[in-house]
Ligand binder design. Structure first.
Ligand SMILES: *[C@@H]1O[C@H](CO)[C@@H](O)[C@H](O)[C@H]1NC(C)=O
Length: 419
């Protein structure tokens, strides 16, 4: 939480009354999370993207605002008791989003304070052992260092699963770390790998297990590789691994820049507006094809995706104020590149804008298809800006290959609270 607090103090330094953040937040009362969590049938049917400013408690069929058509009010930013200020967002809504995403999609991320991480390094290989509850899971990561990296001049790092375009990153002075995601959690129902060696039996999705692999890799890099700056960290992966990289960025505030590539549904492809690019990854086919990516609760929303109280933009918004750059290729119809670009992205950006961190979110719409390696060069200038402070003139708000943002998808945009 420290990074967030520091950010807020900086961002609000120009406001007239210099009341410390913590004391301003102290007077804010958060809406309690509903208990038990509502089921799909207790949640309003929302055909457009849910209002990110509305707490879950008020995302209900009886939250009448100015009219009596409840779902309409909820969708259009007329619901009662919306979040009003960035302080309230960071104190109440951001943690609430993290909880509801674990409840409805990811499964509950294990308590890291109960884990012991041990790491040893041999050359460019780091061996990692994580112990909790008397069980140990082991896996390895490999590193590539840019020339000139040393303990006195440590390089930022991008941790990836599934491979990436290493050379331009190394040339830019950015180290690469990689781990074999299948050794952390198999991409199947088999529940094999280091994560399950420790946590077998829990209702957690494999995307979360992979996210945990990123985080334990970072722990190990911090312990054994002084040539790497563990405070300047990117995470990436493509397709299902992009969904995992997104989860990695979401669940750990040490991640400086999150770089999901061609990530699709359960990544940054929206559950609603899923067919805009002509092909169709959906909640239904992702759950039936690879149900293990998420927890079992998400399965109860099959055929009811429009009752989900969140969508991909909610995930993106919860990463703020930290950096997020989204890559999609115009030749990649299956992961809904168009919907990611003109529906998810502008909706998430509205929240970043409102929080005063417009520059921390970027969209790369490039030519080429699914997991085309050119995506990594396409996002590199953004990543250099974040990790190295290198200015770029590249426009990361250029959606023109798809036309304009589809404003009808987020009707609450006309009622963004006055920050
Ligand atoms: C690295 O390890 C030190 C010492 O345990 C700790 O204080 C610091 O927070 C760690 N940094 C990261 C990025 O994990």
């Amino acid at each position: 939480m420290r990074a967030t607090s520091q950010f807020l103090i900086g961002a609000l330094a120009s406001t007239a009354v210099a009341v410390p953040l913590d004391s301003r937040q102290a007077t804010i009362e958060c809406a309690a999370l509903p208990s038990p969590f509502p089921t799909y049938s207790q949640l309003p049917l929302q055909k457009s993207l849910p209002d990110p400013f509305l707490p879950l408690k008020y995302t209900s069929n009886d939250n009448a605002g100015s009219s009596t058509t409840f779902a309409q009010d909820v969708m259009t930013g007329k619901g009662q008791h919306r979040i009003q200020t960035p302080e309230e967002w960071y104190k109440c809504r951001q943690p609430e989003i993290l909880t509801l995403l674990q409840e409805y999609q990811y499964g509950y991320y294990p308590d890291h304070s109960l884990e012991k991480v041990e790491a040893t390094r041999s050359g460019n290989t780091v061996s990692i052992a994580v112990t909790a509850g008397g069980k140990t899971g082991k896996f390895k990561a490999t590193i590539s260092l840019p020339s000139g990296a040393s303990a006195s001049k440590p390089a930022p790092v991008v941790i990836n699963i599934g491979g990436m375009q290493n050379a331009p990153y190394l040339s830019a002075g950015i180290a690469i770390a990689q781990f074999d995601y299948t050794s952390v959690a198999a991409d199947s129902n088999s529940k094999s790998g280091a994560f399950w060696d420790v946590y077998k039996g829990r209702d957690i999705g494999v995307l979360t297990a992979w996210a945990w692999g990123f985080h334990r890799t970072l722990d190990a890099l911090n312990m054994t590789v002084p040539e790497i700056n563990s405070n300047k960290v990117g995470v990436t992966g493509c397709s299902r691994l992009g969904k995992g990289a997104l989860a990695a960025g979401l669940f750990d505030k040490r991640i400086t820049v999150t770089m999901p590539m061609s990530s699709g549904v359960q990544g940054l492809g929206p559950y609603r507006y899923h067919g805009l690019s002509g092909q169709d990854e959906t909640l239904e086919n992702s759950k039936s094809g690879a149900g293990w990516w998420s927890n079992s609760k998400l399965g109860t929303f099959v055929n009811h995706a429009e009752n989900l109280p969140f969508d991909a933009h909610t995930i993106a918004a919860a990463i703020a104020p930290r950096a997020l750059v989204v890559d999609q290729g115009t030749g990649d119809a299956y992961t809904d590149s168009k919907g990611t670009a003109i529906v998810m992205y502008p909706a998430a950006k509205l929240v970043y804008d409102w929080l005063g961190v417009s520059d921390m979110i970027g969209m790369s719409v490039r030519t080429g298809g699914h997991c085309d390696m050119s995506g990594f060069t396409s996002v590199l200038p953004f990543v250099q800006k974040i990790l190295l402070g290198t200015a770029t003139t590249k426009n990361y708000n250029d959606l023109s290959k798809y036309g304009s943002p589809m404003t009808t998808a987020y009707p609450w945009a006309t009622a963004v609270p006055k920050a």
